[in-house]
Design a protein around this ligand. Sequence first.
Ligand code: GLC
Length: 444
Amino acid sequence: MTGHRDRSVQPRPEPPLRARLRGVLPCLAAAAALALAVSAPAQAGTLSISCGALGRELQLCQDAVDAWSRRTGHSVRIVSTPNSASERLALYQQLLAAHSPDIDVLQIDVVWPGTLAPHLVDLSRYIPQAVVDQHFEALIANNTVDGALVAMPWFTDAGVLYYRKDLLEKYGETPPQTWQALTRIARRIQAGEREAGHPRMQGFVFQAKGYEGLTCNALEWIDSFGGGTVIAADGRITIDNPHAVAALELAASWIDDIAPLGVLNYDEEESRGVFQSGNAVFMRNWPYAWALANAEDSPIRGKVGVIALPRGGDAGHHSGTLGGWQLAVSRYSSDPAAAADLVAFLTRYDEQKRRAVSAAYNPTIVALYKDADVLEAVPFFGQLYDSFAHAVARPSRATGNRYNRVSAAFYNTVHDILSKPDPVTPQLQTLRRRLERLSRGGHW
Ligand code: GLC
């Protein structure tokens, strides 16, 4: 982590949890579920874990947690939290600032270790180095803050492009290598299908709601045009550049043309809903959508291809944002050793294999990318190995615990750019100035 940690997020005395929650819950989607969960405080021998968001995650987590409970005799309560990464972070910050023991094990996003580190246990005290070394080195480095391993990688993610094989074939098109080609093909097939009696057909769906998912999508557009990563690894603010402008101008042109206006309010599951019901030619999403698109009850089963996201023109490159989730133990857990044991169980080889084969969650254990069962269940894990191994990171390491504010400033600006016809350049200049203020003169 570069820069020093903002002392304002250090644990400090807080009013009782129930009082704190009264302030935060009304604005959170999972308010009711959580309120129920916290009304029954953890007993000795009982752990709680927050897990599950997109697709089959919750069920997968439940199955594995049950298996661990049977082995160890501990009972485990699953605390449901909001699907949206941005809302989930807000909830965790409230709970952790209150030193709440209500969640022992937290599922945390790949961009949060720098923000949440002061509240998390150093897992290297509990998990042997040889086990840690099985995982992608870059993820272990990402999860190591000031020398402490604050989370174990659970699954990784990279943005990929889903397309309808049958429709591309019907129109004699091949999968697009550039965003410009995607735009043309999407427009052509959308028009053709609408004329052929499919009025709801959309060319392209993605995540353009104002939340963390839009940061991931927009980073891919901009990076693929050679426009950088908003903030460089050394902390420099790079967003105000002509490649970024070109990328965002193209993306803005999609709205209400190849993408429905409603995409401005889509997250992952909303995009998947449209694509999976057969109403879109292309979709940007994470790998989890593969297993669901090919499930027995899916109308598009067997009709879907997956490739790397397009390049930003012939001079650009393929780019997929690095996503993924980790498991961490709260410093306020009353049984950190048992909680760390649960983390070790959930992140181990056999469990990552089960999740990959049955639901297309990308392993973080390198050897699983050579496992025949995994490659058979999700062929693109092998074909797109490079996209996963070299996915582009959001600037969370460079910005430390300010990442969340940086990301919010970025996705709000991008959301405005997509929603209104105003010129892009001045909006990126304004964003640059806002980020400069946030960085206190370039020092994150
Ligand atoms: C996925 C990614 C995560 C990202 C989120 C944004 O869950 O794994 O890293 O922040 O999507 O919506």
